[in-house]
Design a protein around this ligand. Structure first.
Ligand code: R5P
Length: 293
């Protein structure tokens, strides 16, 4: 087996390779002055099972293009199979038509990957349980929830798990079963055109420590608003867990200045140094990926 890394999350790819007792195989990723990329496989891959690790987070378009070219280069170089590890699957929130006239962006990138020659996909905590149905090639859908459950148990013997929106109920029920902890839900309102989080209403009671669990942090608005609501309803402390640190805002201080005690995320996305903060703890998914290869 040979493991290759795109440029979006090399630290994770290195950890995965290390867990498999391998070195990353060399890949030339050249950027031209106009931003176009040229990819070249620098090692013989004929009849080899190849793995590519690439998160398609910000900048999603450029990370996807790079991934397409890596898969194409491996295919043309004679590889036997190409397992594509996309720890964070970009465009997953555009998985259906919300308003007439919209594109289903996720379907487009999936079809491209399949057409180019990906044999199998490995990914984490998809936004919707229906997404695997979009793929015609095998997909392994892994989750950080078990890791989060262990961390929650380590932090507190008791408390309440909270889903910050109705879309996260399935996730919170799985975690509740694992940890034997009760759960509550927030009914979140989002403006469909702007995406802004507008208001929230708590369903259930949270008088102890609250553990908000979400799939991703993008602007951080969902978490900050949920934490404020929970504290106003009687929670004594709020911790936050989210698999994907999308961190789409330039300045993450809002998140770190919020009343949230600590924010746990994973390394499905490589976080630039300037977006890290003392409240942030990063758990690695490399072990889960290595096990599934
Ligand atoms: C939404 O449905 C997701 O599960 C997350 O809650 C959301 O994407 C987080 O976005 P933001 O951090 O911008 O509020």
């Amino acid at each position: 087996m040979k493991v290759f890394s795109g440029s979006s999350n090399r630290p994770l790819a290195e950890k995965v390779a290390k867990k498999l007792n391998l070195e990353l195989s060399p890949l030339e990723i050249h950027s031209f002055p106009d931003g176009e990329k040229r990819i070249r496989v620098e090692e013989r891959v004929v009849d080899e099972d190849c793995v590519v690790v690439q998160s398609t987070a910000t900048p999603a378009d450029s990370n996807y293009m790079e991934l397409f070219f890596i898969v194409d280069a491996l295919k043309r170089s004679g590889s036997k199979s190409i397992t594509v590890v996309i720890p964070y699957l970009g465009y997953q929130r555009q998985d259906h038509i919300f308003r007439d006239g919209e594109a289903v962006s996720l379907q487009v990138v999936i079809e491209a990957l399949e057409k180019i020659g990906a044999s199998k996909i490995i990914t984490f905590d998809l936004h919707s349980i229906k997404i695997p149905e979009f793929f015609k090639i095998p997909i392994v859908h892994l989750s950080a929830l078990e890791m989060f459950g262990l961390k929650i148990k380590e932090l507190a013997g008791e408390g309440v798990l909270v889903s910050p929106d109705m879309g996260g109920i399935r996730r919170i029920k799985i975690l509740s079963e694992q940890t034997k902890m009760p759960f509550a839900t927030i009914v979140k309102d989002r403006d469909l055109a702007t995406g802004k989080v507008e208001s929230g209403k708590l369903e259930g009671e949270v008088k102890q420590t609250a553990f908000i669990v979400d799939d991703m942090i993008s602007t951080g608005e969902t978490l900050v608003k949920a934490a404020q609501l929970l504290l106003s309803k009687g929670a004594n402390k709020v911790y936050a867990f989210a698999t994907h640190p999308v961190f789409s805002i330039k300045n993450t201080q809002n998140l770190y200045n919020s009343p949230i005690e600590k924010i746990f995320v994973t390394d499905t996305i490589n976080i630039p140094q300037e977006k890290k903060g003392e409240k942030l703890e990063i758990l690695s998914v490399s072990g889960e990926i290595a096990k599934s290869l």
